[in-house]
Ligand binder design. Structure first.
Ligand code: 6R9
Length: 651
């Protein structure tokens, strides 16, 4: 165990502490030393297809073998060309007839405290049944199914059932509004939506079915709505269209062979924010995604058969897809799944869950860690966390202070921390310490996984030197990479493949230090990261200006102690006076347009927005005002801004 080298830190630019894995951890790990990591990484880089070929052959089931590992016509990748497999088969059927069949797959706990466990065998039965239900509703390979559900086992069951018949799921996080659901249903042209009567969130009922009812008024392509009874609240069931999950399942056969699907069959679409107002449907396909989710899960979490693994993410995000469902189930892991809030009934809930289920691996977000710090150590101290052996974070960079707290307070200074950098688009973790091999530095996602070759470029497309910031790219294809933006070829090419031609542009700035460690330095675009959720400032602006009171709006991120970034909106009103009431109306409006997660923390009214000569909003200036670096009043005038703007030449 190491208590780290000494060194003061204020921010990640000056972080110099190094935490090597303990010899005990390393000796049992899959990858045991940095030398071993480097050897494998170099081998993989030398021949990327050959590297993935051996894992694909051994670790996925092939109904028909592939005849080519990779066909790469940038930006189009085809992995395992000509092969036929099925992700649901790899997650379930592959374990039947092995000791994993009777192993617990899901240890679920509802927010009110109800519990359920499902073994792999039992999960297989449920998935087969729901696959038959979907097929019975006319869902065929290639059809889109929207899932708008709480974190209950049925969400994972529905995802795997879609995969079993080759239907493409589109999970919509259960915090999004009716408008957002309708947009996604329409963009994907979804045929069926699966929801629940309600879900539990901080002791309150979240009325999902009512929200879906509203969304379906504007979703022309949806034919059927399957409703899970979770809470038991009163809901309306529209005859013909709405069907109860339990009634359909009662009649469904438990026999359903997994459909052999071409390797590149679409598996899911997941909508995420980019730099324009319209979220994009990121497309992932079958074999490559499956293999990448499995291998990255095993390497990063150093998964062992006796682990109890808990990823706290919701399946509405990519982390829930790759590291609640597809990665862990392919690997035969036992996964804790929790429905509700971390502070219900009190702030000790997560630690109670860890103690109760003897969780060995915990994977959560920096924003949650910062909230735990704020709530106080007393909630942690009540519980025995000695079962933990590995900790992970995802969603945004972790500030060294939060890293140290996680390391000391939760990890008891014995658990390595894997800070995992990746994106919806990458399908799986791209950079992270391998916990038995790579010494960690607080705030750095350290080094790339096997087969991942990053490159950092400046605006003139030169590769930058050590410790120089620039645009982060991935220079070689990898199996988990996105295959497109649903219905928008142009956006796929323009967003990811044009700025640095031939390389995948991540949208983050980064630097690589003298030890080959990567440090993520924030986005290059107008995407902000609020409590680990990706939002486009323009998306929030569009929502604001769609309200009749608003003439113009500009949205920026400002630092926030817990959420990382908070949303600050500058609004010019048409002819209404600025007031508390107007502020409330606009907040409600954004809630309705996008969802609670996009509601601005601050709304400032201004008579005019500061703009450059060419008419661009001076966002950098607004960011400084929002963060308190520049002081202006609540109702700001053109004169105030022009004085500030004159002091700047860099906006
Ligand atoms: C998995 C996920 C992706 C964006 C990404 C980056 C930020 C995620 C990070 C991180 C620093 C980490 N991000 N993990 N930044 N360190 N360990 O979060 O996907 O929702 O698509 O967000 O999140 O800015 O580009 P997604």
């Amino acid at each position: 165990m190491s208590d780290g080298k000494t060194g003061q830190i204020d921010n990640v630019m000056h972080e110099s502490r190094l935490f090597p894995p303990s010899p005990e951890f390393a000796s049992k790990a899959r990858v045991k030393s940095v030398e071993e990591y480097e050897k494998i990484w170099n081998e993989a880089k030398a021949d990327i297809p050959a590297f993935w070929d051996k894992f694909a052959k051994e670790e996925l089931h092939w109904f028909e073998p592939y005849n080519q590992v990779l066909e790469w016509n940038c930006p189009d990748a085809k992995w395992f060309v000509g092969g036929k497999t099925n992700v649901s088969y790899n997650c379930l059927d592959r374990h039947l007839g092995t000791p994993t069949a009777d192993k617990t797959a899901i240890l679920w706990e509802g927010e009110p405290g109800d519990q359920r466990t499902l073994t792999y065998k039992e999960l297989h039965v449920e998935v087969c049944k729901f696959a038959n239900v979907l097929a019975g509703l006319g869902v065929e390979t290639g059809d889109r199914v929207s899932l708008y559900m709480p974190m209950v086992p049925e969400l994972a069951i529905a995802m795997l059932a879609c995969a079993r018949i080759g239907a493409i799921h589109s999970v919509i996080f259960a915090g999004f509004s009716a408008e957002s659901i309708a947009d996604r249903n329409n963009d994907a042209q979804a045929k069926v939506i699966v929801t629940a009567d309600a879900g539990w969130r901080r002791g309150k009922e979240l009325h999902l079915k009512a929200i879906v009812d509203e969304a379906l008024e504007k979703s022309e392509t949806i034919e059927k709505c399957v409703v899970l009874k979770r809470v038991g609240n009163e809901i309306e069931m529209k005859p013909e269209r709405d069907l109860w999950w339990h009634e359909l399942m009662a009649d469904a056969s438990a026999e359903r062979e997994a459909t052999p699907l071409d390797s590149e069959t679409p598996l899911f679409i997941l909508y995420t924010s980019g730099s324009t107002g319209k979220p994009k449907g990121i497309l992932h396909t079958t074999a490559g995604y499956n293999l990448y989710a499995k291998k990255s899960f095993e390497w990063v979490f150093d998964h062992r058969d006796d682990d109890i693994y808990w990823c706290t993410a919701d399946c509405g995000w990519i982390t829930g897809h790759s590291y609640v469902v597809y990665g862990p189930f392919s690997a035969g892991a036992t996964c804790v799944m929790y429905e509700g809030a971390p502070n219900f009934p009190d702030e000790g809930r997560f630690w109670e869950i860890i103690e109760k289920y003897k969780v060995t691996i915990m994977y959560t977000a920096p924003t949650a860690i910062r909230a735990f710090i704020k709530w106080g150590d007393q909630w942690v101290d009540k519980h025995d966390l000695s079962s933990l052996r590995l900790l992970g974070t995802v969603g945004e960079g972790i500030n060294p202070e939060a890293w140290m707290w996680y390391h000391k307070k939760i990890g008891g200074e014995r658990c390595p921390i894997v800070d995992t950098w990746w994106q919806t688009e990458t399908g799986g973790i791209m950079m992270s310490p391998l916990p038995g091999a790579i010494a960690t530095k607080p705030g750095s996602c350290t080094r790339p996984l096997f087969g991942i070759v990053p490159g950092i470029y400046d605006s003139s497309l030169e590769e930058v030197g050590k410790n120089q910031g620039g645009m982060l790219t991935i220079t070689q294809p990898w199996p988990g990479m996105l295959r497109g933006v649903w219905g928008d070829r142009e956006r796929f090419e323009a967003t990811y493949w044009s700025r640095v031609p031939g390389k995948y542009l991540a949208g983050d700035n980064a630097r690589c230090d003298e030890d080959g460690y990567y440090w993520i330095m924030g986005r290059i675009d107008d995407v902000i990261n609020v409590a680990g959720h990706r939002l486009s400032t323009i998306e929030v602006e569009s929502a604001l200006v769609s309200h009749p009171l608003v003439a113009e709006a500009a949205v920026v991120g400002r630092p926030h102690d817990i959420k990382g970034e908070a949303i600050a909106a500058f609004v010019t009103l048409k002819d209404t006076e600025a007031s508390e009431e107007a502020r409330e109306i606009l907040k409600q409006h954004v809630r309705k347009e996008i969802g609670a997660l996009a509601v601005p923390d601050d709304i400032r009214f201004t008579s005019i927005l500061p703009k450059t000569r060419s008419g661009k909003i001076m966002r950098r200036l607004l960011r400084d005002i929002a963060s308190g670096k520049e002081e202006v009043g609540d109702t700001t005038t053109l004169e105030d801004y022009s004085v500030l703007a004159k002091l700047r030449d860099n906006d």
